[in-house]
Ligand binder design. Structure first.
Ligand SMILES: Nc1ncnc2c1ncn2[C@@H]1O[C@H](COP(=O)(O)OP(=O)(O)OP(=O)(O)O)[C@@H](O)[C@H]1O
Length: 254
């Protein structure tokens, strides 16, 4: 296994409030790495810094051996990084298929030079069909996104992120706001993603965390508290103290 993503001593402040302090973490190729931590620990800010949504104050972010901190988000996507957001980023008044056309088009060399309707671009149509069939959305392709269930919308967001054929996919709370059935479905979807796509996931639901993680990083007050295997995290009394308050861990072991 090799380091695909490497974050070294990353720091970030908002108007004097330091939100991330010297955070370092690595995601190996094929790894499924989950970030946990109490509300306000800095998890989403870390994602925003890694993906270029926010500039960093200090430190470095490397992807596949190349320094990407300082590069714009779309260049990071072109280098193999994709993400989803806590609140979805879909076009609600377009269909499932149209949303995917836009996502795939954004990754094409001809993206700024579209002179024909999308239906004339056979490579784009084929990739759309493959993704929608693979993720069981083909039957729903003509539905407006606003008409989908919340769980289907979150699923579509992951599918859109896959359109850029990422080497690493960052998922920000993929099960937040979902019903238990949708959470189970999304967990299974994440488990079924190809191992060739490494994952960095922020997640609060401990059952989801322990069912997908190869390794877990705990953030606390903007600092890296601990990185370890699921068993190491589960067995660490200090982690239980700061995050779980005892109960959630015991539940997650069942
Ligand atoms: N744009 C911003 N301006 C000022 N403060 C911010 C900004 N974004 C985040 N913060 C602050 O940074 C801290 C970390 O927020 P962040 O959203 O990264 O935490 P989190 O661990 O993702 O929390 P949650 O689990 O609740 O989503 C919080 O105190 C938050 O109020």
């Amino acid at each position: 296994m090799v380091n695909l993503l490497k974050v070294e001593r990353l720091s970030k402040s908002f108007k004097g409030l330091q939100v991330l302090k010297n955070v370092s973490l690595e995601v190996e190729s094929e790894e499924r790495h989950v970030i946990i931590g109490p509300n306000g620990a800095g998890k989403t800010t870390l994602f925003n810094c890694i993906t270029g949504v926010l500039p960093i104050d200090d430190g470095v972010v490397m992807l596949n051996g190349r320094k990407i901190s300082g590069l714009p988000s779309d260049t990071r996507v072109a280098n193999g990084m994709a993400r989803t957001f806590q609140k979805n980023n879909l076009f609600g008044n377009l269909t499932v298929e149209e949303n995917l056309h836009l996502a795939i088009n954004a990754c094409k060399p001809y993206r700024n030079n579209i002179i024909k309707p999308f239906r004339m671009y056979t490579d784009l149509l084929q990739e759309t069909q493959e993704l929608l069939e693979r993720w069981n959305l083909w039957e729903r392709r003509h539905r407006l996104v606003n008409e989908l269930s919340y769980g289907e919308q979150r699923l579509l967001e992951i599918v859109l992120a896959l359109a850029s054929k990422p080497k690493i996919l960052l998922l920000d709370e993929p099960t937040s706001g979902m019903s238990p059935a949708e959470t189970l479905q999304t967990t299974q979807l994440i488990q079924s993603l190809p191992r060739s796509v490494s994952l960095l996931v922020i997640e609060h639901d401990m059952e989801v965390v322990f069912s997908i993680a190869d390794r877990i990083t705990v953030l606390h007050h903007g600092e890296l508290f601990m990185t370890g295997s699921p068993n190491e995290i589960r067995g660490d009394e200090r982690v239980k103290e700061i995050y779980f308050g005892g109960g959630a861990m015991a539940h997650a072991q069942t």
